[in-house]
Every structure is written in C-alpha cells, then in structure tokens.
Design a protein around this ligand. Structure first.
Ligand code: PLP
Length: 437
C-alpha cells in the first residue's frame, strides 16, 4: 500500500480493528496521521525518551504525550508516587491531602495565582475559566485568537489551532450559532485589531483568552508588548484576561510562560489555566488566579463547576512528583536538548537550501517550512506542509517520532540523553534529503 519508507503491520492491524469500534480508529484526532499520511504507530511501552511500538520498533519521542512527559516516560520518582498512591485507593470522592499539596505547589510557583480549582483536562480548565469570567463580569462575549487552541470547548473552537488547524477545518460542526456568536476571533499579535474589537464591543466582553505563548499553530510567541496590550485593554473595559498555560505551564520555566515574560507592566492576567505537565501523564488540570474571582465558584459563589474525578488521588500524586521533580537542572537539560536538536535541524535544512524558520517559547520550539517569521495563524498556514510530511516520514522511518502535524510544537524531556539526541541528529541528513526529492 505504501509510499512511506516502511510498513507497520501490527499497528495497521490494530488501526483496522480500532476503526470498527472507534471513529477513525483513534481517541483524539491528531493521533490519526491524516495530515502526514500513513499508519499511526500503536505504542506498547515507553521508557525515558523512548517509545516502543507494537511492531517492536523504537523511536526517540519528540511528542512526549503532547507535553506532559517533561521528566520522560515511566520516571522512577513519578512511578513510585503513583504506585504508593494507588495502593491507598483510586478515587475517594472526598477531599484528600494530595489535592491540597498540588494546589499549594501551583500557587507557590505562579505568583499571581492565589487560588486554584483542580479539574481533569485542559478543556475543562478553559471551559470553567470562561464560565467563571462570564459569571464574574455578568457579560457573555469572549475574545480568542485565530490559531490558538484551548481544548474542544464550543465557544473556543472557532479558528482553533492543533487538530482543527491540522485538518484545515474552518470550525467545528455541532457548535450552535448562539454559542459561536459570543466569540470574537482576532488575529494573534495584532494590537490594533484588539483595540478595534474593544472599541466596538468593550462593554459586552467578559474575557480575552490567549495561549500564554501560542504552541498550537506551531510555536508563535507573543511579540513584545502584545501581552501588555491585552492587559491594558481588558483593564480599561472591565474584562478579564485569561492566560492559557495548559501547554506552557511548568514547561517554559518553573512558573511557565509567566516566569519567562512576566511580571507584566500594568499587572498580571486575572486567571490562568494549566494541564499537561501538572498531571505528569495522568488526567489532572487546573484553573486559578485572583482570589476575589475564584470566590465566585461553588460552593462559595454562584458559578457552578464540579467533577467526579477532580483532584483524583493517583493523578495528583503523579502531578506532585512531576512538579517537584522539575528542578533547575531539569530546565537546563530541556534547554540544552532543544537547542541541540533545533540547531542541528536548522543546519541540515540550510545545507539543503530548504526554507525554514525555528521559533521558540522558552525551551518549546517548532520548525516551520517557510522563510519568514510566523506571527499569526495566516503566517503559519503559509508554510509548506508537504515538506513537513516528507521530513516527518523520513524521521519516523529512522526511529524519531515527531508530532504528526506541521502545526504542533516539538516536545523534549529531561530524560532525552545524549544517545537520544544523537539518534535525532543522525536522522536529519536523510530527512532533509527527503524534503528535496
Ligand atoms: N489549552 C491548550 C493551550 C492546549 O494546548 C490544550 C491541549 O493541547 C488544551 C487547552 C486542552 O487540553 P486537553 O487536551 O487536556 O483537554
């Protein structure tokens, strides 16, 4: 069947079996390889920086579960914490100490966050933050930026990044016009458009939600002054600013993107959302911020929000062990590994005369196959996705698993040792050649 460098018969068989009982054979669309073609690899196990698929092949993992696995797979400290928690029960449906400890850990790291509520996914975190902002302000409109992804929340799917960008969907079917009509979509990094939207609708806007540094259209950091402008304009009009740090939180630095770019002139965002790293590979996420805003939440206030598995004891144990494991040495290793891989990639692509640009947010980076810098979603869409697909498949065939989309960040972990980095680097010459063929 294949135009791809090698086949994966066991993965293919599993995909066919899965497709009989699950739409497209996957439980999250970005896993499906639709953008790059070929068969998604079904993984059997993972250790450190390595993934092992059901065909017995090994890959250096540059997806890291789309961000969470910052310490690497099956990290011994996280494993011990999970095992210890699991022996004491899987879910209590009552408060428990690990929830308190995880909340304390987050509040201690991100200075403007005074209170947090734990949830199970980034989607729940942003959905709840939006509801809270609406409840607090008594307004209904929300501003988001094209190419930013905040989970599959009805109001936030318009012109979204991640899988919505990967599959070039205009928007999602099934979102009622009444819901989409409350969303104002603006170009990222465009202060003029922001000011114009507020000049027209300022009194109706509950919140601006932004990826702290965009990572779901590839990595596109805010231009200098953009975050400050969002803060200024929202303040002037009585709207809240929500910084979505689901991807950047505890990855870009111990305090996430806020630790890289903040504190901001004019004040911090009112609310933050977190996920990925803070769950250590388990379903844990959070939203939090100003205590007076958080006090609007049930049981204290009138904004309802809840979850059977929120603050799950095993997930919070994994999250705590992961956050506590994120030492300065871990952040240094992330920076060194990212820089080694990005530098080698750019050298090899340049040697073959392939137009590209590498963009960064802390140690998070991605490679766009286009010459000019990418500042917004239109720029990101103007990359050469076919070049990426050829590059991706060559890397995969040589044992390096990149995200299967040109619109995603490349993630590394502190467990990426020199052997893993060498394997990536040695795969680059053939991958660059594949782009030119
Ligand atoms: N917000 C951002 C910035 C994300 O990157 C994601 C997921 O990729 C989400 C929200 C949604 O998180 P989840 O997939 O856990 O629902």
């Amino acid at each position: 069947m294949t135009a791809y460098p090698f086949e994966a018969p066991e993965s293919q068989a599993l995909l066919e079996r899965a497709a009989r009982v699950t739409p497209g054979g996957v439980n999250s669309p970005v896993r499906a390889f639709r953008a790059v073609g070929g068969t998604p690899r079904f993984m059997a196990s993972a250790q450190g920086p390595w993934l092992r698929d059901v065909d017995g092949r090994e890959y250096v993992d540059l997806v890291c579960s789309w961000g969470p696995m910052i310490l690497g797979h099956a990290h011994p400290g996280v494993m011990a914490a999970v095992q210890e928690a699991a022996t004491r029960g899987f879910s209590f449906g009552t408060p428990s100490e690990n929830e308190v400890a995880l909340a304390e850990e987050i509040v201690a790291r991100v200075e403007p966050v005074e209170q947090v509520r734990l949830v199970s996914s980034g989607t729940e975190a942003t959905m709840s933050a939006i509801r809270l902002a609406r409840g607090f302000t008594g307004r209904s409109k929300v501003v988001k930026f094209a190419g930013c992804y905040h989970g599959h929340v009805d109001a936030l799917l318009a012109s979204a990044g991640s899988g919505v960008a990967t599959f070039a969907l205009p928007d999602s079917a099934g979102v009622p016009a009444s819901s989409a009509g409350e969303t104002i979509v603006l170009p990222y990094n465009d202060v003029e458009a922001l000011e114009a939207a507020f000049a027209e609708h300022g009194a109706e806007i509950a919140a601006v939600i932004t990826e702290a540094a965009a990572g779901n259209m590839g990595v596109v950091p805010p231009l200098p002054g953009f975050t400050e402008a969002m803060r200024r304009v929202t303040r002037e009009h009585g709207a809240l600013l929500i910084s979505d740090e689901v991807m950047t939180g505890f990855r870009c630095s111990a305090a996430g993107w806020y630790g890289v770019e903040g504190p901001y002139d004019g004040g911090a965002p009112d609310l933050f959302t977190f996920g990925k790293v803070m769950g250590g590979g388990f379903p844990a996420a959070a939203f939090g911020g100003r205590a007076d805003v958080m006090a609007m939440l049930a049981p204290l206030g009138p904004v309802y929000q809840a979850g059977t598995l929120s603050g799950n004891p095993v997930a919070t144990a994994a999250g705590l062990a992961t956050l506590r494991g994120c030492t300065p040495e871990v952040y240094q290793r992330l920076a060194d590994v990212s820089s080694a891989i990005a530098t080698a990639t750019t050298q090899e692509l340049s040697r073959h005369g392939i137009p590209h640009v590498v963009q960064w947010a802390g140690s998070m980076f991605s490679v766009f196959f286009r010459e000019e810098a990418v500042h917004n979603y239109d720029d990101a869409k103007a990359q050469n996705s076919q070049a990426f697909s050829a590059f991706f498949h060559s890397m995969l065939s040589q044992g390096v698993h990149l995200p299967p989309s040109a619109f995603e960040a490349w993630f590394v972990s502190a467990a990426h040792d020199d052997a893993a980095v060498d394997k990536v680097v040695s795969a680059l010459p053939a991958a660059a050649r594949a782009v030119t063929e």
